[in-house]
Write a protein that binds this ligand. Structure first.
Ligand code: HPA
Length: 268
């Protein structure tokens, strides 16, 4: 596929393919649904079209169990169109940062002004319990990478929009918020690394989202970030970490997370 295109051109090509395959010319908001969040696609509105992600330029079939590998166009009750990206490329897949943020750039090219990024993550702050959804207030990007190429000095203050966080708290007043740390993965952290993350102000740790948020900001979108705490981070719980545990915690939380996202999106 057209990988010789620059990132903006590839995103524009992908957006055109989505418009053609879904029959929806323009999408107003976009959601990337990570571990535990997939069921939201069934409840936020009426599905207009589902397409396999690998039919769209620049997307790949998901390499991660628990991710759907589809793009879905949904008509929201207020008449807006949502694009649900169930095909996230992770940094650890080794396809490069351009691939990691292609979904976000495509959503922006498809018209989306709001980007909702969700994930499953480890709890570094012991106040956050497994099974809980936490708002992302800010991030620490520890990937040593940026999606931005060249001399583009993009501001990242209020990256996770206070306006959208306030709106999420209207939907669910008990939501706590915390600083998300993105590490490259795919290995989990050592207990020493988790203590370090806590020392430098991290409260949630995962392998996605921060790079995507930076690209979304560059594209001028407003960003909402939400993490499902799937496990206490390494050294804080009883058990060794496993992807199966992450998936199981996600499955158990799915109906609650779906309802949470439905009531947040209904306020947008
Ligand atoms: N660390 C990193 N990524 C994760 C974790 C974790 O503990 N849980 C789910 N994704």
């Amino acid at each position: 596929m057209s990988h010789d295109l620059d990132p903006a051109a590839l995103a524009a090509t992908a957006a055109a393919a989505i418009a053609e395959l879904t029959g929806v010319e323009r999408h107003d908001i976009a959601l990337t649904l990570g571990s535990g969040w997939g069921r939201a696609a069934d409840v936020i509105g009426e599905t207009v079209a589902v397409i396999q992600a690998d039919q769209v330029p620049g997307f790949h079939a998901s390499g991660v169990p628990g991710h759907s590998g589809t793009l879905r166009s949904i008509l929201l009750p207020n008449g807006a169109h949502a694009l649900v990206i169930g095909a996230r490329t992770h940094f650890y897949e080794g396809r490069g940062v351009r691939s990691v943020v292609h979904g976000v750039r495509t959503a922006a090219a498809a018209g989306a002004r709001i980007m909702i990024l969700t994930n499953g993550a480890g709890g570094v702050d012991p106040a956050f319990k497994a099974g809980e959804a936490v708002l992302i207030s800010d991030h620490l990007n520890l990937t040593a990478a940026s999606p931005i190429e060249g001399a583009n000095f993009v501001d990242l203050t209020d990256l996770y929009a206070s306006r959208l966080r306030d709106l999420a708290r209207e939907a669910s007043p008990d939501l706590q918020e915390g600083v998300y740390v993105q590490l490259p993965g795919p290995h989990y952290e050592t207990p020493a690394e988790v203590r370090y993350l806590r020392t430098i102000g991290g409260q949630i740790v995962g392998m996605s989202t921060a790079l995507e948020a930076i690209a979304a900001r560059q594209a001028g979108m407003e960003i909402l970030g939400l993490s499902l705490i799937t496990n206490p981070a390494a050294g804080l719980g009883e058990d060794p970490l496993s992807h199966d545990e992450v998936i199981a915690e996600g499955k158990a939380a799915e109906p609650r997370l779906a309802e949470l996202l439905r009531s947040i999106v209904a306020r947008m």
